[in-house]
Design a protein around this ligand. Sequence first.
Ligand SMILES: [Zn+2]
Length: 553
Amino acid sequence: MLLSLLIAAGCSTKEKADMVITGGKVFTADSSKPFAEAVAVRGNRIIAVGSEKKISRLIDPAATKVIDATGRTVIPGFNDAHVHFGPVDPDYIELRYVTDPAVITERVKEQVSRVQKGELIYGGHWEHEMFTTREWPTRELIDAVSPDNPVVLRRTDGHSVLVNSYVLSNSGITRSTPDPFGGEIMHDPVTGEPTGILKESAMSLIKTGARETEMTPARESEKEWRGYLTALRQAAEYGITSIQIPGSADFRMYDTIMAAGLLTCRIDIGGELTSDPSGLDRYEQLRQRYPGTGDWIRFGYLKDFMDGTLGSATAMMFEPFNDEPDKTGLPQMSYEELEKRVLAADSRGFQIGIHAIGPKANNWILNAYEKAREVNGVRDSRHRSEHAQILIEEDIPRFAGLGVIASMQPTHCITDKRFAEKRIGTERSRWAYAWKSLADSGAALAFGTDYSVEPLNPMEGLYASVTRKDRKGEEGDGWFPMEKITMEKAVEYYTLGSAYAQFMEGRKGMLRQGYLADITILSEDIFNITEEIIMSVKADYTIVDGKIVYERK
Ligand SMILES: [Zn+2]
């Protein structure tokens, strides 16, 4: 006690920094002092933030590493609050940003030539709203180049899939197969044959019949190991220092990476929401093993799905879609089941995050969270709406009222806005991706990417938040420009906001004395650049726990 008092009283100021960042524009995300000139780090902590003059006293010319940020922006490390993070696979066919459906044919043909007959061909991130035709792809695109291989290509949102005839026949899906509950088998309007598109729970009908790829267990695990390290390197290259994985992931793998000294990112991993007491017991054990008091690998929140997506027309709406007037979305469970799960997990003190895109999905989960407070009592639960994408105006103030976090991914706005108004009309689009209205109502916001649905690059999210324009740029003021926010706020939600969503705002998410030294130096002064170049800004340095884990050459 005496020692810590002495340190607090000023002995520590005599001690020098291990690392000092000067010459930059430091955005602290600390509302009491948002901008500073320099930051000093010792060990894994920030020991001072302030003027050049103050920080320069902490430099020991012989021992302190001094980074001159030369006018570039220094921020708390990015914390991606919703990221489907995992090993990167070299066999995956990446179809993001494809505009010409013929490219899908080409890529499948290439991959087929690399593998043996019967081996699975897989990939995804295609988005038919981005095709020049803007039409759903069909199995005809890929059948001719893959007669002897099963092909499964997911839509960018992961809620629909394109398969070839090989897979349809293996799965026993024919023109007369009924739609399963919560799913849809798309049919050709003329012939009545399945088109190869399976939506939501219809994806569970898939039986690829794929033959095992010939890989020894050693080769398999080596490939997986490389995949994880590649993914972590990508995160570091984007300046990401923390990630929150919705749902489950492999705790032991991250333990192994950590033990090898190769973990370059703090990770929260959750579980699937359940009302089953034994399932909750198991989460209890995980929570004890990976406690919230830890700084690296922690048990996060319990995740569930209320609905689908806007792109697949499976988001839960109060009224039908404008362009599909017979549909109002696909609930993934009844309201009663939702409430049962929420009440059970809440009563055991778990944080809950539920995927909710449509206004009715968000309304239901707010109702369930409200019910949990009535039944189990009010606590600092910080339950989350994952996406909080389309709302009814009346529900906006309920987020702050119930302490529910709007966990949002700004790039969804600029990806979806191309078809949102066609699908739900202008009036309902007004309260879509409404981060400014939510923030103004007092709601806590956390930003992320939803990678691999959207790209991992946080700069795309910052661009989307401040412009609400598509990636190619466009004239005018952006889509529903009243919902644009400042760059300062966008960075804050991506750092401090995300830390708050994981109960870590007391030690992470700001550049402040005593906080964990997670710092990103960007390649530009992002507070003074034109819109067009925001997405091309790079991370020049990524510092995690006081160590440089990435430096751009
Ligand atoms: Zn997601």
